[in-house]
Design a protein around this ligand. Structure first.
Ligand SMILES: [Zn+2]
Length: 438
């Protein structure tokens, strides 16, 4: 009997301590997210607010208007997205997006254009494109691309017929020596997400705790500077112009959602926009379902919404007008910069080259003879730290200010990273394309 009691008491003590340890571990898991919710994010919000109050409208020197938008985004046409205009357009408006160059996954090797959304929708320009083999292909005309021809031939054909080919997912290997493609992603949310590895669980937990007011900061927790990709970009530009742009790569497919079908059953949609189940509404539905949103969803637990992705990273293009042809022509010339728009609005930021008489002789992306150039000038609507990068090397970092001027003394590719102070770091806010001094 005694032995039985002893064994029982040992078991009970073990259970008690195990439960205490489990409870403590669970509490510890939430310490970080709640610390962020109550201390870190409110402080970051105040820091950004303080910067916003320092806004000064810069003098506009570049004669072209600029348009901000998304390059690389998905719709229902892709197998891994369910997005329709009712979801995308309000999100784009809230993020102040003016254009979206889509990159839907192709459904067939005979790839027909245009399809999905194409044209103006409530003032937002949509252009059709394909993402395939880590290329984003935008033919800019009614055509059928034959992917059976092979990648090289598709690239050459599209570019020679005045379309655009960009390299997406630049963390994976590409034919970097291909002579036809025009640009590459220097930031992609999905690329950045992939390197989270062991931090992913913490990221999801934090996103749940901070799903409300500070959702944008929780989403930005994935941010890392893409140092290797930028080194590659700089080295490629030593050979020929390869423009850089930022990609939201938005799908809204890291989510659990539900909607009614016409037959009254409920479709539950999970990760990668795949159907989890189609069922008659039962007690779960009674408990969870709410009124349908504009796209018809009656339940949503979402991570990568259109608004949060479109607001996170944008590309600003200096172009003649808001039409696909003009945007493309100027983008492939490098008349563009990348902004992390959810930090601060980047409209008004300029980077240009000036001649001996102080006249503007070129902007980011342009090639300019050294003998003609007097100064490179950058101006920002907020005080920032300007990093001047020449051929991949950081040659100068300023203190925080609105304007920066530099007289180049040698040939090379000069680009700017503008940084703001946030949470104890100087984080990148803007990456410009280089000015190529020949
Ligand atoms: Zn994509």
């Amino acid at each position: 009997m005694r032995i039985v009691y002893r064994v029982l008491s040992i078991i009970l003590i073990t259970i008690k301590w195990l439960s205490i340890i489990i409870v403590v571990l669970i509490l510890l898991l939430f310490v970080g997210p709640f610390w962020k919710k109550w201390v870190v994010y409110p402080r970051m919000e105040r820091e950004v607010q303080a910067l916003k109050e320092l806004y000064q409208q810069p003098e506009k020197k570049i004669p072209l208007p600029s348009f901000q938008g998304a390059l690389h985004a998905h719709t229902y046409w892709s197998h891994d997205s369910r997005a329709v205009l009712e979801e995308i357009v309000p999100a784009a408006k809230a993020a102040k997006i003016e254009f979206i160059f889509l990159s839907d996954h192709k459904r067939d090797n005979m790839d027909t254009f245009p399809r999905s959304y194409h044209g103006m929708y409530e003032g937002i320009l949509f252009e059709a494109g394909t993402e395939s083999n880590n290329l984003m292909v935008t033919p800019l005309k009614d055509t059928v691309l034959d992917w059976n021809l092979g990648q090289d031939q598709v690239i050459q054909q599209v570019v020679e017929e005045d379309g655009m080919v960009l390299y997406v997912h630049t963390e994976v290997s590409h034919d970097w020596g291909n002579p036809h493609y025009q640009g590459m992603e220097i930031y992609n949310i999905h690329t950045d997400f992939k390197d989270e590895g062991g931090r992913l669980f913490g990221f999801v937990l934090n996103s749940m705790v901070n799903a409300g007011k500070y959702r944008h900061w929780a989403y930005r927790e994935i941010f890392d500077e893409q140092i290797e990709i930028h080194a590659l970009w700089d080295s490629l530009n030593q050979h020929r112009k390869i423009i850089g742009y930022g990609a939201p790569d938005v799908h809204n497919n890291q989510s659990i959602r539900a909607r009614f079908q016409e037959d009254g059953r409920v479709e539950w949609v999970g990760s990668n926009a795949k159907t989890i189940s189609i069922r008659q509404p039962g007690w779960i539905e009674k408990l969870l379902l709410e009124e349908a949103d504009e796209a018809g969803w009656v339940y949503k637990a979402e991570l990568d919404t259109y608004f949060h992705s479109l607001h996170y990273v944008q590309t600003h293009i200096f172009a003649d007008s808001l039409d696909s042809r003009s945007l493309k022509d100027h983008l492939v010339q490098g008349h563009a910069f990348v902004s992390f728009e959810n930090l601060l609005e980047a409209k008004g930021f300029e980077y240009a080259a000036y001649g001996k008489d102080g006249e503007l002789i070129g902007i980011m992306g342009d090639e300019i003879p050294l003998r003609e150039i007097q100064q490179l000038k950058v101006s920002s609507p907020y005080p920032v730290q300007f990093d001047l990068i020449k051929d991949g090397d950081l040659i100068l970092s300023t203190e925080s200010k609105y304007h920066f001027e530099y007289t180049p003394i040698g040939h090379g590719n000069y680009r700017i990273t503008a940084r703001i102070p946030l949470n104890g770091e100087w984080v990148p806010w803007i990456y410009t394309n280089p000015i190529y001094i020949r």
